[in-house]
Design a binder for this molecule. Structure first.
Ligand code: UT7
Length: 333
């Protein structure tokens, strides 16, 4: 019998109904559809308009759909990890709130923060719990309400982000399917180029921080762009070499959706053709921790058991990484 591996056994997602188009942004900031489309590949993004609903609302929607699709009773779930940069509140964790909302009474739950690489970090963590053989059903959620921390006066940043949530069920597999390898990295010196200045313990909220607009994401786009292209491509190439994989061996690249040009540069370095790259940036923009599970959700029907898949991300921290997995089930079409 093969050693136990951690496999994704179902995926689900949720995006809010409201569509913020490039055209609407033209009325808010000095920009145009042509600039946004050619510089980023984004046409529209979803926004959770209801001010009383936060990240857990979307995460719980995705988790509920996941339970239904995988025929899982909420009480069977052992653990919920929610990767998010936009928790509902500083205390309690969004994962605990989601567990409560879906009535996963036997699960322990916690958040994990690795910005746009959050889903990869959380998936890696979940895999370790499964491989320990102590836990059998782990839900990994990537969810962000980016609109809650975006400055809609900052035209270079606000155009790329959107709201959404994706969820994946992780279970043991004894047939050699599931997660095979990972390379995860971080470099905290990159925080200078992508961060939120206030609201944490260094600079708690005050009238001054609000007046200075310090509760929004600050991004030095060009520097982040260069680091993303370099590092996402590097780790993806490295994981292929480590596992003797060539471009033609890969069924799908599932890249973090921050900018189409970053995605294309990564695919080129991996010698992967365009038709094998999952893309939904055009309709959702950058949903931070949700981009990768939302891609898997959108493309689930195209996935086949045994497909070689590479997930890759880069984001704030800086954090970045690649995970190589073999898909564990055929589409449920
Ligand atoms: O997911 C987390 C990690 N984040 C990322 O991976 C994002 C990486 N960065 C990017 O994707 C890109 O840097 C952006 C899309 C955010 C910005 O694109 P850019 O090509 O790097 O633009 P820029 O900020 O260097 O600005 C270039 C020009 C500037 O004009 P000048 O100074 O050349 O006259 C900007 O003022 O484009 C101007 N510009 C805009 N023009 C129209 C910036 N934003 C806009 C806009 N519409 N929305």
């Amino acid at each position: 019998m093969n050693k136990v591996k951690a496999a994704i056994t179902g995926v689900a997602g949720y995006v809010p109904d409201y569509i913020l188009t490039n055209k609407e942004l033209e009325g808010i900031i000095d920009t145009n559809d042509e600039w946004i489309t050619t510089r980023t590949g984004i046409k529209e993004r979803r926004i959770l308009k209801n001010p009383n609903k936060g990240t857990s609302y979307m995460g719980a929607k995705a988790a509920k759909e996941l339970l239904k699709k995988t025929n899982t009773r909420a009480e069977e779930v052992d653990l919920i990890i929610c990767a998010t940069t936009t928790p509902d509140m500083m205390v309690a964790s969004t994962a605990c709130i989601i567990a409560d909302k879906i009535e996963a009474k036997n699960a322990f739950a916690y958040d994990l923060m690795a910005a746009c690489s959050g889903f990869l970090y959380a998936l890696s963590t979940a895999a370790k719990f499964i491989e320990s053989m102590q836990y059998k059903k782990v839900i990994v959620i990537g969810a962000d309400k980016m609109s809650s921390i975006i400055d809609y006066q900052d035209r270079a940043t606000c155009i790329i982000f959107g709201d959404g949530a994706g969820a994946a069920m992780i279970e043991p597999n004894y047939e050699g399917l599931g997660i095979h390898d990972e390379i995860l990295k971080s470099d905290g010196s990159g925080r200078e180029f992508l961060h939120m200045k206030a609201g944490g313990s260094v600079k708690p909220p005050s009238h001054e921080t609000v007046e200075n607009r310090e509760h929004y994401v600050f991004q030095d786009g060009k520097t982040v762009f260069k680091s993303a292209v370099q590092n996402m491509a590097d780790v993806s190439e490295e994981i292929m070499k480590k596992n003797n994989l060539k471009g033609e061996d890969i069924a799908w690249l599932v890249p973090h959706q921050a900018n189409l040009r970053i995605i294309n540069a990564t695919a080129n370095r991996m010698c992967i053709s365009e038709d094998k790259v999952m893309l939904n940036i055009g309709k959702y923009g950058n949903t931070t921790a949700a981009t990768i599970p939302l891609c898997l959700w959108d493309y689930e029907n195209d996935l086949k058991r045994n497909d070689n898949i590479i997930l890759a991300a880069f984001g704030g921290g800086f954090t970045w990484g690649s995970i190589y997995l073999k898909w564990a089930y055929d589409s449920k079409k």
